[in-house]
Design a protein around this ligand. Sequence first.
Ligand code: ATP
Ligand code: MN
Length: 429
Amino acid sequence: MDLKRTHYIGNLNASLKGQKVIVGGWVEDLRELGKLTFLTLRDVTGVAQIVVVGEEGIKQVKDLNRQSVVRVTGTVQETKARDFPFEIKSEKIEILSRAVHPLPIDPIGRLESNIDNRLNARALDLRNQKTASIFKMRHHALQSIRKTLTELGFIEVNTPKIIGSASEGGANLFSLKYFDKQAYLAQSPQLYKEQLTLGLERVFEISSFYRAEKSHTVRHLTEFTSVDIEADFMDYLDVMEVLEKVVTDVFEHVEKNCIQEQKVLGIEVKKPKTPFERVTYAQAIKELGREGISLTEGDDLQDSHLRKLGEMHQGFYFLIDWPMKLKPFYIHEKDGEPSLSKSFDLQYGYLELSSGGRRLHDPNKIRARLVEQGLNPSQFEDHLKAFDWGMPPHSGWGLGLDRLMSVLTKIDNVREVVLYPRDPERLFP
Ligand code: ATP
Ligand code: MN
């Protein structure tokens, strides 16, 4: 059987009046009105009204369940319907797949389903226009990120997700049996992307990474998508500029290219003002002190502190120059201020979107830092040997794509912007 369509519904319009078309999709609604049956047909691009005429056609769709898949051959004609600019008079209806009722959720969204029910039926949930809009926007965001970074000379790479040793020494790694060996799921591409600057200079990766953290928040998943860059001949302030451009380009691109999606979601995406504010860690401590939260240099900023700072600095801002003791072993100290680091977080209010910084490129300094942090340099020799092959000074960052999407769509829970989220409780579907 032929499955071809002549048009996506979104490409039809009233000026095609009289033209024979073949469309296909799922039945969103079905109404009998006297002798006529009206069928609302949706595909990924839009929705159209089909007037079913002829005894056979009407009989065919009479007991057809909503959400079933059909292919319709017909002619575009004018309509009296208020909600549609044209309609299609059917000549032939082919039922390609029947939906079995009751369905677990109502994808039209007339009946609200809670997030768990929707995630349990995620494929069907994508027929909900709100859900579909989120993932169309996510697609556009990814397109924009790839375009911006490519134009800045970054090369897209793929690094391993199955790794043989705990790369950053963290305790939050998933371990897995790798035949008769022990392996782990990568929590970030950190060490690989640093090594890759040696030959490719500027690299980026967009991929899933894994953290075995039992966090029950709206911003943590055990599997998340990260956008990572690493670039030689750049210091931390330089890669912050790259980050600012990547993020603002996403907003600009989505603002222009996702008009319908913004309407469906009831949001207005606007390119944020630049440059983003830069707040030093020391300044943040002072500001918190004025709010009655007393911290001393070296204290980490807890969730409640970040919420307070988020009230004072709304929207995007950088938190820079963190104490070295709060940063991983590969982060570079500040010139002339060795207790501070060339590091930053990009915040959106209280929410951390990205962390990055200048990296150490002197292997002996890295060895010393590893020891300082209770890690064993001999376990990092595979990585450290690359630093004797002419390792350029370099900087980079990792940006949580799911969190960025949550800011972009103004939806707090990252589970909403991930197709099949994984958290400590959710492993299916
Ligand atoms: P947090 O303190 O919020 O747990 P982190 O500092 O541990 O984050 P990084 O190691 O700095 O995270 O990772 C870089 C970015 O990746 C973060 O800024 C965030 O946007 C994203 N990210 C990290 N862990 C997760 C996670 N479990 N779920 C979703 N996104 C994450
Ligand atoms: Mn971080």
